[in-house]
Design a protein. Sequence first.
Lengths: 456, 456, 498, 498
Amino acid sequence: MVDQLPNRGLELEMLQEMGMSSIDDLFDDIPVGVRMNEPLPLPPPQSEEEIIADARRLLGANLAMSEVVSFLGAGLYRNYVPASVFQLITRGEFLTSYTPYQPEVSQGMLQAMWEFQTLISELVGLPISNLSLYDGSTAAAEALTCAVRVHNRKAEQKDTVYVSELTPPDKISVMKNYCQGAGITIKFIKHNSDGSIDLSSAQQAAGSCGVYVEQPNPLGLLDGGYPQLKEIIGDKTALIVGIQPISLGLVEAPGHYGADIVVGEGQPLGSPITAGGPIYGIFACSKTYLRLMPGRIAGKSIDVDGQEAYCLTLSTREQHIRRHRATSNICTNETLIALMGAMHMSLLGPEGLNHLALRNITACNLAKQKLSEINTIALPHLQGTHFNEFIVELPSSAADCLDYLDGIGIIGGFDASRWYPERKNWLLVTVTDQTSAKEIELLAAHIAAWSVGVSA
Amino acid sequence: MVDQLPNRGLELEMLQEMGMSSIDDLFDDIPVGVRMNEPLPLPPPQSEEEIIADARRLLGANLAMSEVVSFLGAGLYRNYVPASVFQLITRGEFLTSYTPYQPEVSQGMLQAMWEFQTLISELVGLPISNLSLYDGSTAAAEALTCAVRVHNRKAEQKDTVYVSELTPPDKISVMKNYCQGAGITIKFIKHNSDGSIDLSSAQQAAGSCGVYVEQPNPLGLLDGGYPQLKEIIGDKTALIVGIQPISLGLVEAPGHYGADIVVGEGQPLGSPITAGGPIYGIFACSKTYLRLMPGRIAGKSIDVDGQEAYCLTLSTREQHIRRHRATSNICTNETLIALMGAMHMSLLGPEGLNHLALRNITACNLAKQKLSEINTIALPHLQGTHFNEFIVELPSSAADCLDYLDGIGIIGGFDASRWYPERKNWLLVTVTDQTSAKEIELLAAHIAAWSVGVSA
Amino acid sequence: MSRLFDFAGGVGMGYSQPDTLMPKESVSLPASLIRKELPRWPRLSEPEMVRHYTWLSRRNFGIDTGFYPLGSCTMKHNPRVNEVIAQIPGIAQIHPHQPEHHLQGLLSIFHEMQHMLEICSGMDQVTLQPVAGAQGEFTAVRCVQEYFRKRGEDQRTKVIVPDSAHGTNPASAAMAGFEIVEIPSLEDGRIDIDALRAVVDDTVALMMVTNPNTLGLFENDISQASEIIHSVGGQMYYDGANFNAILGRTSPGLMGFDAVHFNLHKTFSQPHGGGGPGSGPIGVKSHLAEFLPGPIVKKRPIASGHENFAVDDMWYGWYQPANSIGKVQQWHGNSGAVIRCWAYYRRYGYGLKDMSEHAVLNANYLRHALHREAQKAGVTDMFVDGATTKVAKHEFTLSLLPAKEKYGISAMDVAKGLLDKGYMAPTVYFPLVVPECMMFEPTETESRDTLDKFAKEFIEVLQQDAEILHEAPITTPVRRVDEVYAARNLCLRHPFDE
Amino acid sequence: MSRLFDFAGGVGMGYSQPDTLMPKESVSLPASLIRKELPRWPRLSEPEMVRHYTWLSRRNFGIDTGFYPLGSCTMKHNPRVNEVIAQIPGIAQIHPHQPEHHLQGLLSIFHEMQHMLEICSGMDQVTLQPVAGAQGEFTAVRCVQEYFRKRGEDQRTKVIVPDSAHGTNPASAAMAGFEIVEIPSLEDGRIDIDALRAVVDDTVALMMVTNPNTLGLFENDISQASEIIHSVGGQMYYDGANFNAILGRTSPGLMGFDAVHFNLHKTFSQPHGGGGPGSGPIGVKSHLAEFLPGPIVKKRPIASGHENFAVDDMWYGWYQPANSIGKVQQWHGNSGAVIRCWAYYRRYGYGLKDMSEHAVLNANYLRHALHREAQKAGVTDMFVDGATTKVAKHEFTLSLLPAKEKYGISAMDVAKGLLDKGYMAPTVYFPLVVPECMMFEPTETESRDTLDKFAKEFIEVLQQDAEILHEAPITTPVRRVDEVYAARNLCLRHPFDE
Ligand SMILES: Cc1ncc(COP(=O)(O)O)c(C=O)c1O
Ligand SMILES: Cc1ncc(COP(=O)(O)O)c(C=O)c1O
């Protein structure tokens, strides 16, 4: 079959033109000792129809969140990506391009990148945005090392950064991997029992290279204390805020209350969850960090005729120029997914973003209300403001409750003891713009039934 | 919401610039007596998310042939359309264009049309192909009227055409509607009990304006007698052959055995069944019919610089020029679907078409073999050569059998008594390249079980 | 150039297929039926095929690439979610011969669409079977024909068509066997009531009218025309190609029509790339309903045992009109198009009225902007309105006759000049009543910015020297194409090595 | 120009949304948290948005629009069925925290991919977590680092990298905290075994090698290099960016490597438009397996009660390596990319060998054709091979130094000239060991016709006058872009009215 190999059947002609007589001639530079002499022990090739049938069978065996009632979030969120976004992102000119090394024939992608930077910059309230990092966790990790690069010389607490103790362990694990090579110590900031940040604990971070907190925090809480953080930690310590981008349709942009770097998981803006990737990491910062930040940046320039034109810029930070002194090793990144984000943002507009945020928070409020009516469970942070998820304290383990709900066909949320092992009974319930009132009723009813059962 | 109306919210500004003050001003030319004064009694607008949810719910309630075991064909056939075809046809430049009135900016579509014409011309063995008619039935109907336009003056049997008696009644109904205005009488040609054409009956068509037969015929039979037809009916009578395009990967092209016009349902080449539309009608002919044929034709030309260029041609046949003397009233047609056909043909290549035909006929042979092993049923045309469907004679009504199979989740075929009312027990069983051996086993087993039951 | 028949390729096919179920050798055909030579199709690998059609597409203009003010064609944006919906297996993989209980979702959507079109048009019964506007016309004409046959009024052999009508109107009526009586229109394309009166008698079966007419003007004498036709026992047919102008503001029913077709692919946005597919449902008043092609969808109570298949509290079933003309397409029409148009309708609901209002707003605004820019640039001597009127509906015409007479610049020159500016040209030389006609239909999906920019650049084109404009277009994939050469040197397929 | 921030639009949003579940007024936020001004995002209706991004796309070059011989990037055709598969809800709508019994299909595919990559690379355990090649490198370096820490060999602080290595190699090793020892390559980019010997001692943790090297030549001394490094207790790392050259012909395992990364997005064709996404799994020998990031998929017998969820006769479960370095991405890597690459792999199966053979065939043929056309045209004085060799692997280099010296034509000039011919330029000025380097990688998905045509047109470019070539490109959306201006006048976002 020709299929993907247009020269199938022409091998001999081509070889003969080069004065060779067999494909083996092309490989005789491989020393005999390292040659693979047996065929690859793999199954035979499949046709497109067979592949798609197998894919449908295997992936069809997965339980897609779109096919059940789900309250699982914890960092990745059910969302809706407008149909036009998929249609446009799969245009071959976008899909099958690569890094725009030749700007003259890559203006479309470069301009889209530059527009993405602007959209993110406006979203988070900071002048600089890159395009883009792998995901929210690596963006957070790169922000920490970037903060150290910028502040370490003058820092009182050298090689030290502080991170909110609520940060999910998997994210902390990524941070540790990224930080250990540079000899950075990660210390933790405490939170109060109502979930809000312990400002006196934060005080201890002053003089370190950077502080990382999340808004909303991993318990789903919007923390009204953050606007004081910058003053507490001071100018020489980077305030790094991890955000859920949709929330910024309602919640103040961190750049407006002193954040120096804003990072986050871009997924809710334009990308399906896709089992956790490909998604894209948001990274924005103030001018101070520009030359030591990681990742790609597109700049607006002119061509030889003086016409508006775009190109990659500040590449001297990057590995292909600076090699081992680069600000990051990132090369292949998540541009195409970020571009989906740009398309989604373009369609939303400011009011659309605001409405999307309102859909999340009102659904969350409804869920809080319904669940708070159940006597056998508690909402430990009921008084706090949540964006789209919150903790429910159960009368028995969250794992048991999730099992029970799973039997009914409901994904009830996230077992928070996977993050906070001592919190066996904490269930993190997530609602998004995709959650219906009926689904909330259903969850409340079944949690009530289960909790009455275990309480009895 | 702006959504599809970019000027939402700008109405007043725009009106004022025109010296108006309300939208009503734009409609005051509508006489009071015919104004609609109440709002349209329709439901409120829906968001994209709500529409898609409703579509999934409603269309999800349909039983798609891709989700069950199906042997239903009878003119429309389960097929596979390569993924790249969908991806390319939805490129906005193709999707959102219209009739290429301005050839300078429509070269892509025009060239694709011209290439389609060539592909079809090669497929059926005739020099001319249009692009395209609505479906197979209207193509057949237009072929009849075209034949009369061409031959009537010299015809011995004026205003008369002959059609195979096996032709499905719905298709005959379309033919009648198209023919009646021109005063054309449709007479019928008989078939022998083995399903083959009765050549002596065909003899009677000599001197009429045209003869319409199908290859494979509606019983699924390939008729070895057709190559004699042209000689029998003579030069002054158009031989019109309706084809299933896939079969021509194996079966002689009608143009090579004397057909003057070849028509057919394009669907199996590049288009999903889609409940019967949009699909596309194939229409090809010899030079004799060119100036009196229906539909669009693209021609190769040059531009003012002498460069290769394409444009619509021979439009003087069409309604927008010739008005009531046009060869057809067709205006909007099925170009986009025909283009899917062209893409599919491009990917298949000659060998791919041949293989696809072989997949059909071998699956059909396997099904015939398995079903012929069942004692309680009969295959009345067992000795004939079938392409991808055949008649099974059941011990009781096909309708009953289909009901029984439906209960098991199998679409068992087509109740041929819907075409031939006296044949209550005839089931038309269709297999295609999409049918698996396992499905054939399943059908055989369940038909056997049912027929034993009713025979007992 | 990328040419399909240049791809000679390797061996095999561009997408690999599973094996046959039995060995190829097992197949035996009668010798007379064996194909001796396979079609001389090209051989493309998938990468080549993708690149070829991508290349072709990039040489094509669509709404997605720019403003497409092609009058009479309603080139509005095609929402992309509709394409997603049309790929759902519950429509794409449906066979029209499946039993009703397999198709309740489809049938309920059909029913909803019939109902919606009945409401919007003021008709009593709609069928979705015709697959394009012209087929809708033919279908309706056939129903009227059978109506009169049943009444024994066989003398009604004539169909009246204004000379400004679209070509499909007379063509469809002629196909059904009617004699066409063309009546001249007034200067503004409107019906000449006196001319109409002069030709009517009891041989008239039908009058076909487009309203707003092909100049974009509302026929304010329409009730009178209906009366005249009805007074001699004839029927009134509404060509709904311009339905985008009147939704929720008036209806063919209110104007006295007996039958109407809809160009769903225009008004309801089914993409019809390159010329189709379309969908041309018709609606009729109750006296014509028994003649409609079947099947039509009706609802009824759910039979017991069928509850599981139902999508709501009613059962949707096929229904055969008593004296049906039979079929005009072998299946159920362009169901896939109907589904897309349903999705489009759902987006607006009762707001279809807003949609029409914006279409009319945009058309009037563009007309205003063109005059405004002409004034600003001092080129008011180049064109005049195709018809004098305070307001147009969803489209309007200009006559470039002054430009032609003064500067030798034709409507076609201007059209080609617009191509160079990155626009699709408006419809030219139609309707014929307007000399050097250009017909503009912006649709509701264009922004004010686009209209303003277009108006400016239109005037820029007019300001070019005639000699330069004769050379246009120069920036397009090819330059002016020689259509005469194409007709004289017919090359309708790849010649291979003949 | 279409500029996103020019769209001021009407009111509202470009796609309509359902209402909120509770009235907006019910929402109360602490005053300090209320956003005062919404982002100054543009307002586009769907038609405007579609047109804007369509316009942008048409100003971009991709494999679909033309030959893309960008060396080191393996720009092969991206089969479209893979995109369809990646949209199936069973991957697109999957949350990584769902329990194993929700994900048996996904896990079985992960397992199949781990297994296939183990076979192709000769490694013992693969993880799919890293999301790009560079992250794969970093992950492997971290594993090696922990390996030595566990063994108490803390003195191993150095990583050896040939100067021809890709920038990510030293960058990744440095990120992990290693000191980089760069050794000069031989003229052909191959490892200088003597130079290597000179630097090794027991402070060496790792050597990173690309084979075939960045000049496209196979390192025939690779076994020797492995021996040297292993003899001092170090580890060998294989940069798999060039894996497309050797599948089924040799493997990193056979060559003595301990760890390897794969650029799935290159070799297995995950589309990475504009620069990504990628997928960079790594494979290691058993002694490193306990350090891999988790989770990894392992199979085991099905526990009773779970049969209904299973996709075959085994259970696929997550598994945490004993001394895991932890995570390098928060979830399970780029699962969506892994699925596409799985679909790609299935298309070839054991025929992955054919794929590599065609990649190498095409590269050698193109190299041959370039020399052939140069000969024909008599321009043999413009370039020389980047390295003398009988055969190249999947890519090769030319040096344009002669052209530069004789005619003042630089590799960059030629690159820009190629853009005017409708091609993407090869990689230029990399690797640095080749002066005025151009690096060509045609991949297996290009036809002979394309290679022949490109070779001809490449020579045509060389035949242009230097002055003319300095002006290239002239047919592209913009002309030569001033990168210095961009860096000096940083404009990294829309300025609004600042
Ligand atoms: C006024 C008018 N009537 C009828 C038609 C015919 O409709 P269709 O092209 O769908 O057959 C058209 C469209 O071209 C039209 O513009
Ligand atoms: C030789 C080589 N090594 C490593 C890499 C880095 O891989 P990635 O871009 O996937 O991070 C690349 C790709 O750019 C490469 O060409």
